[in-house]
Design a protein around this ligand. Structure first.
Ligand code: FAD
Length: 289
């Protein structure tokens, strides 16, 4: 199943599987996906060496097993810094053999030993995939607050337009904690004639430490409303995690009320967190019961 076909029919709801350190064993990842599939996501995405962690060997295998055993459509991430065309083609062959038709085409973060070989930007990867594997549905990343390296949000949106022009079929946003920033970004995309669907990525934060790390690694603004909730939660890890889920559910309900193409949950391998978001979106009528 292609994600652009699903997006053409409905507002979507999706989850992510993320190998945090080292390789996430395939069996464990498939077990998590099976649990998450009880909440009937439209797809489950699988990250590729996120944060330069090197954990990419199992991405294609996990994506394929998700489709076979969790009966959910899979979106396999792929980064291109440090990869040659032959590396990319080999990965796409693996996806093809495993019946996976959806790829999120990314540049990847700069890291020592991860220099440009054949691809400088994600738009180069999108072009390559569209010309060599026309059967693929290709997504790309976008940044409501601008990518950390971008000179300005306007420059970043110009580069985003290049991904659409290269053939990207849909977008997934970086996480953010202030919905107003997304609404402004969406208007800027309309002005820039970006017309492909934008699915919104929301991460239920799990602790004060984790949200601080996210702020530094992806430049997300932490609004006062989040700081107040974490202050009220104090040092208790369970209260901090509960505050994260509650805040994310409020963000999701507001986004649902403001009409989005799709909602993607950075579910951090936690089926219970994914389930809480499904309940919130069912209660507000975004999802059917
Ligand atoms: P690009 O689109 O190439 O953009 C990177 C920077 O280059 C931006 O500042 C952009 O403005 C600029 N730029 C783009 N084109 C040009 C141009 N032609 N000329 C000059 N400047 C240009 N990382 C992982 O390692 N694994 C993952 O699985 C993963 N999943 C992700 C999923 C999502 C939804 C998101 C939002 C990010 C994900 N990342 C992942 C992180 C991502 O790899 C980084 O944010 C990376 O730094 C940029 O990737 P990109 O695809 O947006 O790159």
């Amino acid at each position: 199943m292609r994600i652009d076909d699903i997006l053409a029919r409905k507002q979507t709801f999706s989850f992510e599987i993320f190998p945090p350190r080292g390789e996430l064993p395939v069996e464990q990842a498939v077990g998590i996906a099976r649990e998450m599939s009880a909440d009937k996501p439209d797809w489950i995405s699988v990250t590729f060496s996120a944060g330069g962690s090197g954990n990419s060997a199992n991405t294609a295998a996990i994506a394929s097993r998700i489709q076979e055993e969790a009966q959910s459509c899979a979106l396999a991430h792929l980064t291109c810094l440090g990869s040659s065309r032959a590396d990319v083609d080999g990965y796409i062959d693996q996806l093809h053999a495993g019946g996976v038709e959806n790829v999120l085409a990314l540049r990847g973060d700069r890291a020592p030993g991860r220099e440009e070989i054949d691809f400088a930007h994600a738009s180069d990867l999108v072009s390559h995939l569209k010309s060599t594997a026309p059967w693929l549905c290709v997504g790309a990343a976008c940044y409501p607050e601008g990518h950390l390296e971008a000179q300005s949000l306007a420059a970043d949106i110009e580069h985003l337009k290049a991904k659409q022009d290269a053939g990207a079929d849909f977008l997934v946003t970086q996480l953010f904690f202030d919905n107003e920033l997304f609404y402004r970004f969406r208007e800027a995309c309309v002005r820039a004639r970006i017309k492909i669907p934008i699915t919104v990525g929301i991460m239920p934060f799990t602790s004060t430490k984790q949200i601080q790390r996210m702020a530094f690694t992806c430049g997300a603004t932490i609004p006062a409303a989040v700081i107040k909730r974490l202050a009220a939660a104090g040092d208790d890890p369970a209260d901090q995690a509960r505050a994260g889920v509650e805040y994310a559910c409020e963000q999701l309900r507001d986004l649902a009320a403001n009409g989005v193409d799709g909602l993607h949950i950075y579910s951090m391998n936690k089926p219970a967190v994914a389930h809480a978001t499904r309940l919130a979106l069912t209660e507000c009528g975004y999802l059917g019961a």
